[in-house]
Ligand binder design. Structure first.
Ligand SMILES: Cc1ncc(C[n+]2csc(CCOP(=O)(O)OP(=O)(O)O)c2C)c(N)n1
Ligand code: SF4
Length: 563
């Protein structure tokens, strides 16, 4: 496929680049907008696996990198919260083979519970970060990050956002790299064992690497020919930029300056990265733009020179004022965005408003039709029962979160993956008995294996006086994110058979004796009566409602060779 022009989404471009750069192992946990990276990498022949959760994925990939293998680990932004512990340590240990962490953020929350800006994680953990703007850069920057990770022996964060992940644009792939050296373990306990005596030195080593990278980033700059020399727009007809200083992987410069058109030079400067660059380019063709690809550590000397060369410099960025805060803290005079633009995605119109200091209220987009569980969805029976029984329900994240909306209105809380069990435990511990006896925790099957197991141990260990009722809505797949496999399905990422973790066996082994499995479609009444009976006991009960997701049932049969 090398050097043909291909249409790829940003996620696909990362998968292709990983393959071309010899990534030996891709790990991850599904989560929009990151999911397709590993699926595409696997479909191309790369070795990829879904892990039970993001922490496991990151640690497995890190271990492989200690052995010298090139690795990539993918997750959505909130997945990085789950993986945060090893994420922080990995910058201290450093890596041997390249180690790339992909965080796909979701400004505007098209399918997430919050819009946290994971650029802050790069700073907090001291992890270098690159941010691509389109599919070509997703491809180029993935390869560049792999090259830099091995050169500086540090992990790299590839930070993407929904638009970059899912937009499709032309990619001209480079030549695949020659095969990497086979993995080989070389002992380096001073680096790999993070105990205080080592970590004190490792922290200093990390800061030195970041200083070196920042200085390197100052020189990693390309310059576009002026707009006048271009024959038509940003994506077509631009002559290739001229590069200054070192480039990566043959041609890639992470940072770039787009000069202003003739007569406009030195007036308006914009600093942008990621998708914000695309909006800024269109909103302000008269501006000179410093487009940052390396956004941690920031190439501050380059930024300083740019800011000093223009009369007014505006930072255009989605989410938190990460760039603006850092540049202002360095004593440079730039304008950030007003607070109202912290929320939601940016677009060309909003960038024009930022540049014009226009604070007039924005028109809310028309409300769409609220989402609903599919007609015939097996989750429906559970929420009808919980609603009719007047339960206090701590829900979780998955298709079944929709049990919170009409016609069910049956979920009281939803915090994060796993909290459907543990928040219920908290309620049970403190509520008066009459209310405590109404509390039911609800998790999906993928969610239970992701982060319900530790909560289950707490349920057994710190058992509430009124007992407990947990429901696991087992539809045999990770439906919400597009039907991915998990350890309970008995199939690997590419749907091949593997050892199956049997949910009820695990629950019994942890110490719950009352485990009841019901097919909610065959016997809806049993769901209701079993919940009611269980609430009246002081016992621990786990009710598993098992019926395949209606939309996945056909393909599950095909995977199992039953169609
Ligand atoms: C930490 C974290 N990782 C990933 C996601 C993305 N995500 C949302 S729900 C979900 C799992 C849904 O599967 P399951 O629990 O089986 O419920 P279903 O959608 O099948 O009903 C995932 C992976 C997330 N919200 N948070
Ligand atoms: S995709 Fe499956 S689990 Fe999700 S609402 Fe539809 S039937 Fe239910």
């Amino acid at each position: 496929m090398a050097s043909e022009r291909v249409l790829l989404s940003g996620n696909e471009a990362v998968g292709l680049a990983a393959l071309h750069a010899g990534v030996a192992l891709g790990c991850g946990y599904p989560g929009t907008p990151s999911t397709e990276i590993l699926e595409y990498f696997s479909a191309l022949g790369g070795r990829a696996m879904w892990s039970p959760n993001e922490k496991v994925a990151l640690e497995v990939a890190l271990g492989a990198s200690f052995a010298g293998a090139r690795t990539i680990v993918t997750m959505k932004h909130v997945g990085l919260n789950v993986a945060a512990d090893p994420f922080f340590e990995s910058t201290y240990t450093g890596v041997t083979g390249a180690f790339i962490v992909v965080s796909a953020d979701d400004p505007g929350m098209s399918s997430s519970q919050n819009e946290q800006d994971n650029r802050r994680y790069a700073v907090a953990a001291g992890m270098p970060m690159v941010e691509p703007s389109d599919s070509q850069e997703c491809y180029d920057f993935t390869r560049a990050a792999i090259e830099l990770s091995e050169k500086f022996h540090v992990p790299f964060l590839l930070r993407m956002t929904t638009r970059v992940c899912h937009s499709t644009s032309v990619v001209v792939p480079g030549a695949p790299w020659p095969p990497a050296a086979p993995p080989n373990y070389v002992r380096d306990t001073d680096s790999r064992v993070v105990m205080p005596v080592n970590s004190r030195l490792l922290h200093k080593r990390l800061r030195q690497k970041l200083a070196d990278l920042s200085a390197w980033g100052d020189t990693c700059i390309a310059r576009r020919p002026s707009l006048a020399a271009a024959s038509g727009g940003v994506s077509q007809g631009w002559p290739p930029p001229t590069t200054e200083g070192p480039t990566l992987d043959g041609a890639c410069s992470l940072n770039r300056i787009d000069p202003a058109p003739p007569g406009e030079g030195g007036k308006l400067g914009i600093i942008a990265s990621g998708i914000s660059y695309m909006h800024a380019r269109e909103a302000a063709p008269q501006a000179e733009i410093l487009k940052l690809g390396l956004t941690h550590p920031l190439p501050m000397n380059l930024i300083r020179k740019f800011v000093q060369g223009v009369q007014r410099c505006v930072v255009i960025e989605e989410g938190d004022p990460y760039l603006a805060d850092a540049i202002l803290a360095a004593g440079l005079k730039v304008h950030g965005k007003p607070e109202m633009f912290r929320f939601g995605e940016l677009n060309v119109d909003r960038v024009r408003r930022i540049l014009a200091d226009d604070l007039s209220p924005e028109v809310d987009p028309p409300a769409g039709k609220p989402p609903q569980l599919c007609p015939g969805c097996p989750h429906r029976v559970t929420f009808e029962a919980l609603r009719d029984l007047g339960c206090i329900v701590t829900g979780d994240i998955g298709c079944y979160t929709l049990g919170a909306l009409p016609p069910f209105g049956a979920i009281d809380t939803c915090v994060c993956m796993g909290a459907g069990l543990t928040v219920a435990l908290g309620l049970r511990h403190v509520l008066p008995e009459e209310q405590a006896r109404k509390v039911v925790g609800v998790l999906g099957d993928s969610t239970f294996l992701h982060s319900g197991l530790t909560g289950l141990m707490d349920m057994v260990y710190n058992r509430p006086a009124t007992g407990f009722v947990l429901m696991i809505l087992d539809n045999g797949i990770t439906a919400m994110t597009g039907m991915q496999e998990h350890p309970g399905t008995g199939r690997t990422l590419d749907h091949k058979p593997t050892h199956q973790v049997v949910i009820e066996d695990v629950i019994r082994a942890i110490g719950v004796q009352r485990v009841i499995v019901i097919d909610p479609i065959k016997d809806p009444q049993a769901v209701k009566t079993t919940i009611a009976e269980s609430l009246a006991l002081d016992d621990l009960t786990v009710i598993i409602t098992r019926r395949p997701c209606l939309l996945a049932a056909k393909r599950i049969k095909e995977y199992e060779g039953k169609s």
